[in-house]
Design a protein around this ligand. Sequence first.
Ligand SMILES: Cc1cc2nc3c(=O)[nH]c(=O)nc-3n(C[C@H](O)[C@H](O)[C@H](O)COP(=O)(O)O)c2cc1C
Length: 176
Amino acid sequence: VAPVLLRTSVNDFTEEPVSDEVVDGLLRAAMSGPTTGDQRPWHFVVIRDQAVRNKVPEIHRFAHLVPRAPVALLVCGDETLQRDRGFWVQDCAAATENILLEAERRGLGAIWLGIYPIEGLVQAFRRLINVPQHAVPFSLVALGYPVERGRTVSQYDGSRVHIDIWRDKGASTCQE
Ligand SMILES: Cc1cc2nc3c(=O)[nH]c(=O)nc-3n(C[C@H](O)[C@H](O)[C@H](O)COP(=O)(O)O)c2cc1C
């Protein structure tokens, strides 16, 4: 089964460290994502420092797992690197998803923690990580080797697929 079909959010990590080489592979995957006009308006902060990771749950209410994740990647958008204003959000989302898929392919587990557009979170991560005003913390991806893993049930929903013209087919759950 393709790694993309097995991906799930992981929030329990083993103590096995994540090597610099693996992190480099994740960053290369992130920067392989499509971007508006090929403008690549992102920056990435590799967060390994335990003291910094310990502070994340104080500012993000769903981030209790970050102190136990060996590494976290902060994806930031930079509007000064972009002509097509506003599209950085989609570019950063594509980069974030690429990190998740490459993590899955490498046997890692990951979870996407949303930051942007919650202004309080954006400001709190700016302060914690010293992100300059022209950049916007977008997402934090916590990573490590998973204790448990793998999707077993398909999320495919045929009622959300329309061919040529939108027809309301009513709800159905996860049918291939
Ligand atoms: C934009 C975005 C923000 C998210 N923020 C959080 C978050 O703050 N905390 C969290 O536990 N999960 C977060 N997630 C993960 C989702 O909760 C998760 O993807 C969803 O429940 C589906 O589960 P799955 O990833 O295992 O398929 C976020 C996902 C996305 C796409």
